[in-house]
Design a protein around this ligand. Structure first.
Ligand SMILES: [Ca+2]
Ligand SMILES: [Ca+2]
Ligand SMILES: [Ca+2]
Ligand SMILES: [Ca+2]
Length: 215
């Protein structure tokens, strides 16, 4: 009987592990307090990136609680909207997912926008080739974009269906959202986050957490 119960419990655990594995793909939650490892992010432009401790909270708030101990603060100044951004390699078959999710905690003083960019491999080479002469734009693969308006204080969860992303380079790539690894494609290879000021000459200052692909 004990052995039977053990097997039942074990089966339950394995089933749940399998379920957890396929229900989402975590890109980063910053709990390792490390910007350059698991995954390795790169930074560009004038954006400052800083791992910060999340404030202790006593209020019951599911999203704030799910942000754990650390998040990533993005801040910076600009005279012309664009501040800078960050990116990382993904290399996942995202066919089983349908959404990108992120938690963002804004600031009363500086509103702004976060542009989310995804790149899917369209010439089956596991690379996003870029043209250094043309602002490092992708030359053979699709670039997909969506915009998030940063809200005020406190973590707000945003979940964007892949269908809401627009092809930012019509005529480049195959103009089809195909983040799968069928036919030797690398699938969803790369993502970037771009920070835009709320005013043309202004600042941005917000925190991000729990970046994931889900359905
Ligand atoms: Ca976190
Ligand atoms: Ca490619
Ligand atoms: Ca395209
Ligand atoms: Ca494509």
């Amino acid at each position: 009987m004990k052995r039977f119960l053990f097997l039942v419990v074990l089966t339950f655990i394995i089933t749940n592990l399998a379920y957890a594995q396929f229900s989402f793909h975590l890109i980063d939650n910053f709990e390792d307090a490390n910007f350059t490892r698991d995954p390795k992010w790169w930074r560009f432009g004038d954006v400052k990136t800083e791992i910060v401790k999340n404030p202790e909270t006593t209020a019951r708030d599911l999203i704030t609680e799910s942000c754990g101990d650390y998040s990533l603060r993005l801040s910076g100044k600009t005279n012309d909207w664009y501040i800078g951004g960050m990116g990382t390699d993904l290399g996942v078959d995202a066919a089983r997912f349908s959404r990108f999710q992120i938690d963002i905690s804004g600031n009363k003083k500086f509103q702004g926008k976060l542009i989310v960019e995804f790149f899917d491999d369209d010439n089956q080479n596991y690379q996003i080739e870029q043209d250094p002469q043309k602002n490092y734009e992708a030359i053979y693969d699709d670039k997909w974009v969506a915009e998030i308006l940063v809200q005020g204080d406190g973590f707000t969860r945003t979940s964007i269906p892949f269908t809401a992303f627009k092809d930012a380079n019509p005529g480049v790539g195959d103009d089809i959202w195909n983040p799968d690894q069928d036919d030797a494609s690398g699938g969803l290879l790369k993502m970037q986050l771009i920070v835009i000021s709320g005013d043309q000459a202004g600042q941005a200052d917000f925190k991000i957490d729990n970046l994931l692909l889900t359905y």
